[in-house]
Design a protein around this ligand. Structure first.
Ligand SMILES: NC(=O)c1ccc[n+]([C@@H]2O[C@H](COP(=O)([O-])OP(=O)(O)OC[C@H]3O[C@@H](n4cnc5c(N)ncnc54)[C@H](OP(=O)(O)O)[C@@H]3O)[C@@H](O)[C@H]2O)c1
Length: 338
């Protein structure tokens, strides 16, 4: 099969289109013929081997990644199933989390897949798993967001942000989206009640207070973010840069944990959990028309390095998608702007 493979850590130029064996599947695994994949900041991090402190972890490797194919988000067709698989059979259209979706075939645990929403293409479905799940878990599980509450999403135009705005609206919140000038219209169009252009206004200094802030950007000091919270409000410090190559945003998170111990506001720090139940919830919300994935650009498998570089520049409007299979992806594999 064709796959985009890396044999060393580095920037996107380490990604090479090669022909390799299809992945083997275990007893509870599914082999997915990949229709489309999408790119996440985590793919960029593992590609670069950052932060260094993560290299002993199973997903990484000390000198090069243990698994050479990047890509977690997948949508495609079940090609084969392990002997213990009960939830899927060949031919099912699925989406979810896998090991190496920048390839024509990828292996996934059946526990990390769900049936693809009927009203989405493979490209749209591939945009959902990581970003949709992070937004859902942040707002529903950690924030316990209730109707009428005031929610602010900083970084509202990116992969997670575009889902977060819509999910917060579906939970009945009054939603403020913060983004750059170029994305104001997009963030309004997905339902934000208020939009703030961070290049013109600092939302932490305008006197407004929010019950819940999801910060996907990590550009503002924690003390400023706290100032924009109500006395019982919650901050989820979701984003983090890699300016510090050893620990990335680890220092900021430790600082947040310490400072929030002394205030009435709370901190909703979390690492996303890959659960098929949440994929099913997202599929139901999509089929009910409550939320929809926003796709910025679509690239071909051969152009995966450019897709990763586009996301790396830091201003995607929604998700960056890779259309892998010509038939499953509806015949489009060139670079397009959706
Ligand atoms: N907790 C977890 O388990 C988990 C899981 C996955 C990802 N994450 C993290 O979540 C973060 C967001 O991920 P993503 O997939 O949404 O990234 P993304 O698609 O690259 O979006 C990031 C967005 O940040 C916005 N942005 C850049 N500078 C900004 C600023 N100064 N103020 C406000 N917004 C700014 C950009 O919008 P504009 O173009 O409008 O500037 C961009 O669209 C990443 O740091 C990622 O590592 C956490």
């Amino acid at each position: 099969m064709k796959a985009v493979v890396q044999s060393e850590y580095g920037s996107a130029e380490v990604l090479k289109l090669q022909v390799i064996d299809r992945p083997e599947i275990g007893e509870h695994d599914v082999l997915v013929r990949v229709g489309a994949a999408s790119v996440n900041p985590g793919d960029w991090a593992i590609m670069n081997g950052l932060p260094y402190i993560a290299r002993p972890a199973p997903l990484y490797g000390l000198r090069k990644p243990r698994h050479g194919v990047r890509g977690t988000d997948v949508a495609g067709v079940v090609d084969a199933v392990g002997t213990g698989v009960t939830r899927f059979r060949p031919g099912d259209e699925v989406f979810g989390w896998c090991r190496g979706s920048f390839a024509e075939y990828a292996a996934a645990s059946e526990e990390r897949l769900a049936l693809k929403p009927a009203n989405l293409s493979f490209k749209q479905a591939a945009a959902v798993p990581m970003a949709g799940t992070v937004a859902l878990q942040a707002l529903r599980d950690h924030g316990n967001v209730q109707p009428g509450q005031k929610v602010l999403v900083n970084g509202a135009s990116g992969g997670i942000g575009t889902f977060a705005v819509q999910i917060a609206k579906s939970l009945g919140a009054e939603v403020t989206g913060v983004c750059s000038s170029a994305s104001l219209e997009l963030v309004s169009s997905i339902g934000a009640d208020h939009v703030i252009d961070y290049t013109k206004e600092d939302f932490t200094r305008n006197g407004e207070r929010y019950d819940f802030i999801l910060d996907n950007a990590a550009k503002l000091p924690l003390s400023s973010l706290r100032r924009a919270l109500t006395p019982q409000g919650m901050l989820v410090p979701n984003g983090g840069g890699f300016e510090h190559r050893w620990v990335a945003s680890g220092g900021r998170l430790i600082g947040a944990m310490v400072s929030f111990r002394f205030v009435s506001q709370s901190l909703g720090r979390f690492l996303v959990a890959q659960k098929h139940e949440d994929l099913t919830t997202l599929a139901e919300m999509i089929e009910a028309g409550e939320i929809r994935p926003v796709i910025d650009r679509t690239y071909s498998l051969a152009d995966t390095p450019q897709a990763v570089e586009h996301m790396e520049r830091g201003h995607p409007r929604g998700k960056v998608v890779i259309a892998v299979d010509q038939i499953a992806a509806g015949g489009e594999t060139g670079t397009t702007h959706d």
